[in-house]
Design a protein around this ligand. Sequence first.
Ligand code: NAD
Length: 289
Amino acid sequence: ISDYEKFRIEYWALEEAKLQRMPKPKSHATRVALVTGAASGIGKAIATRLAGEGACVVVADLDADKAAAAAAELGSTDVAVGVGVDVSDAAAVRRAVDEAVLAFGGVDLVVNNAGLSLSKPLLDTTEADWDLQHDVMAKGSFLVSQAAARAMIDQRMGGDIVYIASKNSVFAGPNNIAYSATKADQAHQVRLLAVELGEHGIRVNGINPDGVVRGSGIFAGGWGAQRAATYGVDEADLGEFYAQRTILKREVLPEHVANAVAAITGDDLSQTTGLHIPVDSGVAAAFLR
Ligand code: NAD
Protein backbone atom coordinates (compact mmCIF):
# COMPACT_ATOMS: atom_id res chain seq x y z
CA ILE A 1 0.00 0.00 0.00
CA SER A 2 1.11 3.60 -0.60
CA ASP A 3 2.53 5.97 2.04
CA TYR A 4 -0.68 7.96 1.82
CA GLU A 5 -2.78 4.89 2.56
CA LYS A 6 -0.48 4.06 5.51
CA PHE A 7 -0.95 7.59 6.80
CA ARG A 8 -4.72 7.27 6.53
CA ILE A 9 -4.74 3.97 8.45
CA GLU A 10 -2.64 5.48 11.27
CA TYR A 11 -4.78 8.62 11.31
CA TRP A 12 -8.01 6.66 11.63
CA ALA A 13 -6.49 4.43 14.35
CA LEU A 14 -5.79 7.56 16.42
CA GLU A 15 -9.32 8.88 15.78
CA GLU A 16 -10.72 5.50 16.78
CA ALA A 17 -8.78 5.49 20.08
CA LYS A 18 -10.13 8.99 20.79
CA LEU A 19 -13.73 7.86 20.13
CA GLN A 20 -13.36 4.85 22.44
CA ARG A 21 -12.21 7.14 25.29
CA MET A 22 -15.25 9.43 25.02
CA PRO A 23 -18.09 8.75 27.48
CA LYS A 24 -21.12 7.12 25.83
CA PRO A 25 -24.55 8.76 26.13
CA LYS A 26 -27.02 6.93 28.37
CA SER A 27 -30.24 7.00 26.39
CA HIS A 28 -31.14 3.34 27.05
CA ALA A 29 -31.01 3.52 30.85
CA THR A 30 -34.66 2.61 31.39
CA ARG A 31 -34.91 -0.13 28.78
CA VAL A 32 -34.84 -3.92 28.67
CA ALA A 33 -32.99 -5.34 25.66
CA LEU A 34 -32.95 -8.89 24.31
CA VAL A 35 -30.12 -9.62 21.89
CA THR A 36 -30.02 -12.95 20.02
CA GLY A 37 -26.68 -14.55 19.20
CA ALA A 38 -25.20 -12.34 21.91
CA ALA A 39 -22.68 -14.83 23.29
CA SER A 40 -20.08 -13.78 20.73
CA GLY A 41 -19.07 -11.37 17.99
CA ILE A 42 -21.38 -8.58 16.94
CA GLY A 43 -24.20 -9.63 19.30
CA LYS A 44 -21.88 -9.56 22.31
CA ALA A 45 -20.70 -6.09 21.34
CA ILE A 46 -24.32 -4.92 21.03
CA ALA A 47 -25.21 -6.39 24.46
CA THR A 48 -22.13 -4.74 25.97
CA ARG A 49 -22.94 -1.36 24.45
CA LEU A 50 -26.59 -1.41 25.58
CA ALA A 51 -25.62 -2.57 29.08
CA GLY A 52 -23.03 0.23 29.14
CA GLU A 53 -25.86 2.68 28.51
CA GLY A 54 -27.74 1.30 31.51
CA ALA A 55 -30.14 -1.12 29.80
CA CYS A 56 -30.99 -4.46 31.40
CA VAL A 57 -29.92 -7.10 28.89
CA VAL A 58 -30.99 -10.65 28.06
CA VAL A 59 -28.10 -12.40 26.33
CA ALA A 60 -29.86 -15.04 24.22
CA ASP A 61 -27.82 -17.64 22.35
CA LEU A 62 -27.89 -21.22 21.13
CA ASP A 63 -24.89 -21.82 23.37
CA ALA A 64 -26.42 -21.49 26.86
CA ASP A 65 -23.08 -21.68 28.72
CA LYS A 66 -21.50 -18.97 26.60
CA ALA A 67 -24.66 -16.86 26.99
CA ALA A 68 -24.45 -17.15 30.78
CA ALA A 69 -20.74 -16.28 30.73
CA ALA A 70 -21.31 -13.27 28.47
CA ALA A 71 -24.14 -12.05 30.72
CA ALA A 72 -21.92 -12.43 33.80
CA GLU A 73 -19.34 -10.19 32.13
CA LEU A 74 -22.00 -7.46 31.90
CA GLY A 75 -22.82 -7.50 35.62
CA SER A 76 -25.02 -9.19 38.20
CA THR A 77 -28.31 -10.93 37.37
CA ASP A 78 -30.01 -7.65 38.34
CA VAL A 79 -28.84 -6.20 35.03
CA ALA A 80 -28.00 -9.10 32.69
CA VAL A 81 -29.12 -12.69 32.31
CA GLY A 82 -28.06 -15.38 29.87
CA VAL A 83 -30.68 -17.55 28.16
CA GLY A 84 -30.11 -20.60 25.98
CA VAL A 85 -32.40 -20.47 22.95
CA ASP A 86 -32.55 -21.84 19.44
CA VAL A 87 -34.23 -18.98 17.56
CA SER A 88 -35.70 -21.42 15.03
CA ASP A 89 -37.75 -23.10 17.80
CA ALA A 90 -40.99 -21.14 18.39
CA ALA A 91 -41.60 -22.49 21.91
CA ALA A 92 -38.01 -21.75 22.98
CA VAL A 93 -38.29 -18.21 21.61
CA ARG A 94 -41.50 -17.60 23.55
CA ARG A 95 -39.76 -18.88 26.70
CA ALA A 96 -36.83 -16.49 26.14
CA VAL A 97 -39.15 -13.49 25.82
CA ASP A 98 -41.07 -14.67 28.91
CA GLU A 99 -37.76 -14.87 30.80
CA ALA A 100 -36.99 -11.26 29.86
CA VAL A 101 -40.38 -10.17 31.17
CA LEU A 102 -39.93 -12.24 34.33
CA ALA A 103 -36.39 -11.01 35.01
CA PHE A 104 -36.82 -7.34 34.17
CA GLY A 105 -40.55 -6.61 33.91
CA GLY A 106 -40.84 -6.28 30.13
CA VAL A 107 -38.96 -6.04 26.87
CA ASP A 108 -38.43 -2.80 24.91
CA LEU A 109 -35.62 -3.48 22.49
CA VAL A 110 -34.94 -6.65 20.54
CA VAL A 111 -32.01 -7.32 18.23
CA ASN A 112 -32.23 -10.13 15.67
CA ASN A 113 -28.55 -10.89 15.41
CA ALA A 114 -28.24 -14.70 15.69
CA GLY A 115 -26.77 -16.16 12.54
CA LEU A 116 -24.37 -18.46 10.78
CA SER A 117 -22.92 -18.75 7.32
CA LEU A 118 -22.91 -22.01 5.37
CA SER A 119 -22.10 -20.13 2.22
CA LYS A 120 -21.17 -22.19 -0.78
CA PRO A 121 -21.54 -21.92 -4.55
CA LEU A 122 -24.97 -22.78 -5.92
CA LEU A 123 -23.93 -26.22 -7.17
CA ASP A 124 -22.52 -27.26 -3.75
CA THR A 125 -25.40 -25.92 -1.63
CA THR A 126 -27.47 -28.79 -0.22
CA GLU A 127 -31.11 -28.72 0.72
CA ALA A 128 -30.03 -29.10 4.36
CA ASP A 129 -27.72 -26.04 4.04
CA TRP A 130 -30.56 -24.00 2.58
CA ASP A 131 -33.01 -25.12 5.30
CA LEU A 132 -30.68 -24.50 8.26
CA GLN A 133 -29.65 -21.09 6.95
CA HIS A 134 -33.29 -20.07 6.51
CA ASP A 135 -34.47 -21.68 9.77
CA VAL A 136 -32.02 -19.63 11.83
CA MET A 137 -31.99 -16.29 10.04
CA ALA A 138 -35.31 -15.92 8.17
CA LYS A 139 -37.69 -18.01 10.32
CA GLY A 140 -35.72 -17.35 13.53
CA SER A 141 -35.92 -13.58 13.24
CA PHE A 142 -39.62 -13.82 12.28
CA LEU A 143 -40.31 -15.86 15.45
CA VAL A 144 -38.30 -13.51 17.68
CA SER A 145 -39.97 -10.40 16.22
CA GLN A 146 -43.42 -11.96 16.61
CA ALA A 147 -42.90 -12.97 20.25
CA ALA A 148 -41.30 -9.62 21.09
CA ALA A 149 -44.02 -7.63 19.31
CA ARG A 150 -46.70 -9.47 21.32
CA ALA A 151 -44.98 -8.48 24.58
CA MET A 152 -44.41 -4.90 23.40
CA ILE A 153 -48.02 -4.46 22.26
CA ASP A 154 -49.22 -5.76 25.66
CA GLN A 155 -46.97 -3.26 27.42
CA ARG A 156 -48.37 -0.34 25.33
CA MET A 157 -45.02 1.48 25.53
CA GLY A 158 -43.77 1.04 21.98
CA GLY A 159 -40.38 -0.52 21.37
CA ASP A 160 -37.57 -1.18 18.94
CA ILE A 161 -36.81 -4.20 16.80
CA VAL A 162 -33.49 -4.25 14.96
CA TYR A 163 -32.28 -6.74 12.35
CA ILE A 164 -28.58 -7.28 11.84
CA ALA A 165 -28.94 -7.99 8.14
CA SER A 166 -25.99 -7.51 5.78
CA LYS A 167 -24.70 -5.68 2.76
CA ASN A 168 -25.51 -9.03 1.12
CA SER A 169 -29.24 -8.37 1.62
CA VAL A 170 -28.94 -5.95 -1.29
CA PHE A 171 -25.77 -6.76 -3.21
CA ALA A 172 -24.68 -10.08 -4.69
CA GLY A 173 -21.32 -11.55 -3.76
CA PRO A 174 -19.81 -14.83 -4.93
CA ASN A 175 -20.68 -18.23 -3.42
CA ASN A 176 -23.30 -17.35 -0.85
CA ILE A 177 -26.75 -17.97 -2.28
CA ALA A 178 -28.30 -19.43 0.90
CA TYR A 179 -26.82 -16.81 3.27
CA SER A 180 -27.65 -13.82 1.06
CA ALA A 181 -31.18 -15.00 0.33
CA THR A 182 -31.95 -15.11 4.07
CA LYS A 183 -30.47 -11.63 4.50
CA ALA A 184 -32.75 -10.31 1.73
CA ASP A 185 -35.64 -11.97 3.58
CA GLN A 186 -34.64 -10.19 6.79
CA ALA A 187 -34.41 -6.85 4.95
CA HIS A 188 -37.97 -7.22 3.75
CA GLN A 189 -39.13 -8.25 7.23
CA VAL A 190 -37.81 -4.85 8.38
CA ARG A 191 -39.99 -2.97 5.90
CA LEU A 192 -43.07 -5.17 6.42
CA LEU A 193 -42.92 -4.98 10.21
CA ALA A 194 -42.16 -1.25 10.22
CA VAL A 195 -45.47 -0.78 8.38
CA GLU A 196 -47.41 -3.24 10.51
CA LEU A 197 -46.11 -2.30 13.97
CA GLY A 198 -45.88 1.48 13.54
CA GLU A 199 -49.34 2.07 14.98
CA HIS A 200 -48.12 0.47 18.24
CA GLY A 201 -45.13 2.82 18.43
CA ILE A 202 -42.77 -0.03 17.59
CA ARG A 203 -39.94 0.97 15.27
CA VAL A 204 -38.24 -1.64 13.11
CA ASN A 205 -34.88 -0.92 11.52
CA GLY A 206 -31.96 -2.82 10.03
CA ILE A 207 -28.20 -2.59 10.08
CA ASN A 208 -26.19 -3.78 7.09
CA PRO A 209 -22.65 -4.61 8.24
CA ASP A 210 -19.92 -5.88 5.98
CA GLY A 211 -16.44 -7.24 6.51
CA VAL A 212 -16.49 -7.62 10.32
CA VAL A 213 -13.70 -10.18 10.44
CA ARG A 214 -11.93 -9.55 13.76
CA GLY A 215 -14.07 -10.74 16.66
CA SER A 216 -16.65 -12.48 14.47
CA GLY A 217 -17.34 -16.18 14.95
CA ILE A 218 -18.78 -16.71 11.47
CA PHE A 219 -15.46 -15.87 9.85
CA ALA A 220 -13.66 -18.31 12.17
CA GLY A 221 -15.82 -21.29 11.16
CA GLY A 222 -14.35 -21.95 7.73
CA TRP A 223 -16.07 -19.05 6.02
CA GLY A 224 -13.00 -16.84 6.50
CA ALA A 225 -10.83 -19.43 4.75
CA GLN A 226 -13.36 -19.72 1.92
CA ARG A 227 -13.57 -15.92 1.51
CA ALA A 228 -9.78 -15.60 1.61
CA ALA A 229 -9.47 -18.25 -1.11
CA THR A 230 -12.13 -16.50 -3.21
CA TYR A 231 -10.20 -13.24 -3.05
CA GLY A 232 -6.74 -14.79 -3.24
CA VAL A 233 -5.47 -13.39 0.09
CA ASP A 234 -4.14 -14.98 3.30
CA GLU A 235 -6.88 -15.56 5.86
CA ALA A 236 -4.88 -13.58 8.44
CA ASP A 237 -5.02 -10.54 6.12
CA LEU A 238 -8.74 -10.76 5.40
CA GLY A 239 -9.80 -7.92 7.77
CA GLU A 240 -7.26 -5.60 6.23
CA PHE A 241 -8.27 -6.76 2.73
CA TYR A 242 -11.88 -5.86 3.41
CA ALA A 243 -10.82 -2.50 4.86
CA GLN A 244 -8.72 -1.67 1.80
CA ARG A 245 -11.60 -2.22 -0.63
CA THR A 246 -13.84 0.27 1.21
CA ILE A 247 -14.13 3.99 0.58
CA LEU A 248 -12.95 4.96 4.07
CA LYS A 249 -10.20 2.28 4.21
CA ARG A 250 -11.31 1.60 7.80
CA GLU A 251 -11.82 -1.84 9.24
CA VAL A 252 -15.32 -2.51 10.60
CA LEU A 253 -15.35 -4.02 14.10
CA PRO A 254 -18.28 -5.46 16.13
CA GLU A 255 -18.28 -2.27 18.24
CA HIS A 256 -19.08 -0.16 15.15
CA VAL A 257 -22.19 -2.26 14.49
CA ALA A 258 -23.14 -1.86 18.18
CA ASN A 259 -22.79 1.93 17.85
CA ALA A 260 -25.28 1.87 14.97
CA VAL A 261 -27.77 -0.18 17.01
CA ALA A 262 -27.48 2.29 19.90
CA ALA A 263 -28.03 5.20 17.49
CA ILE A 264 -30.99 3.77 15.56
CA THR A 265 -32.80 2.75 18.76
CA GLY A 266 -31.92 5.96 20.59
CA ASP A 267 -34.06 9.03 21.20
CA ASP A 268 -32.37 11.10 18.49
CA LEU A 269 -33.81 8.91 15.72
CA SER A 270 -37.27 8.48 17.27
CA GLN A 271 -39.03 9.34 13.99
CA THR A 272 -37.12 6.77 11.93
CA THR A 273 -38.49 3.36 11.02
CA GLY A 274 -38.02 0.93 8.11
CA LEU A 275 -34.46 2.12 7.49
CA HIS A 276 -31.29 0.13 6.83
CA ILE A 277 -28.01 1.68 7.94
CA PRO A 278 -24.86 0.40 6.24
CA VAL A 279 -21.92 -0.13 8.61
CA ASP A 280 -19.36 -1.07 6.01
CA SER A 281 -16.90 1.84 5.64
CA GLY A 282 -18.65 2.67 2.38
CA VAL A 283 -18.21 -0.57 0.46
CA ALA A 284 -21.87 -0.73 -0.61
CA ALA A 285 -21.89 2.87 -1.78
CA ALA A 286 -19.58 2.37 -4.73
CA PHE A 287 -18.16 -0.26 -6.97
CA LEU A 288 -14.46 -0.23 -6.22
CA ARG A 289 -12.11 -2.00 -8.57
P1 NAD B 1 -20.78 -14.99 15.45
O1 NAD B 1 -20.68 -16.39 14.98
O2 NAD B 1 -19.68 -14.45 16.29
O3 NAD B 1 -22.15 -14.78 16.21
C1 NAD B 1 -23.33 -15.48 15.88
C2 NAD B 1 -23.99 -15.98 17.15
O4 NAD B 1 -25.26 -16.54 16.80
C3 NAD B 1 -23.19 -17.10 17.85
O5 NAD B 1 -22.98 -16.78 19.21
C4 NAD B 1 -24.07 -18.34 17.69
O6 NAD B 1 -23.98 -19.25 18.77
C5 NAD B 1 -25.46 -17.71 17.59
N1 NAD B 1 -26.42 -18.59 16.94
C6 NAD B 1 -26.24 -19.36 15.83
N2 NAD B 1 -27.34 -20.08 15.57
C7 NAD B 1 -28.24 -19.75 16.53
C8 NAD B 1 -29.58 -20.19 16.81
N3 NAD B 1 -30.20 -21.11 16.05
N4 NAD B 1 -30.22 -19.63 17.88
C9 NAD B 1 -29.59 -18.73 18.66
N5 NAD B 1 -28.33 -18.31 18.46
C10 NAD B 1 -27.67 -18.81 17.40
O7 NAD B 1 -20.92 -14.11 14.10
P2 NAD B 1 -21.11 -12.53 13.86
O8 NAD B 1 -20.21 -12.13 12.75
O9 NAD B 1 -21.04 -11.77 15.14
O10 NAD B 1 -22.59 -12.51 13.25
C11 NAD B 1 -23.68 -11.90 13.89
C12 NAD B 1 -24.72 -11.48 12.84
O11 NAD B 1 -24.15 -10.47 12.00
C13 NAD B 1 -25.15 -12.63 11.91
O12 NAD B 1 -26.55 -12.54 11.67
C14 NAD B 1 -24.40 -12.32 10.63
O13 NAD B 1 -25.02 -12.83 9.49
C15 NAD B 1 -24.41 -10.80 10.65
N6 NAD B 1 -23.40 -10.20 9.78
C16 NAD B 1 -22.07 -10.37 10.04
C17 NAD B 1 -21.16 -9.78 9.19
C18 NAD B 1 -19.70 -9.91 9.43
O14 NAD B 1 -18.94 -9.35 8.63
N7 NAD B 1 -19.25 -10.62 10.46
C19 NAD B 1 -21.57 -9.03 8.08
C20 NAD B 1 -22.92 -8.88 7.86
C21 NAD B 1 -23.84 -9.45 8.72
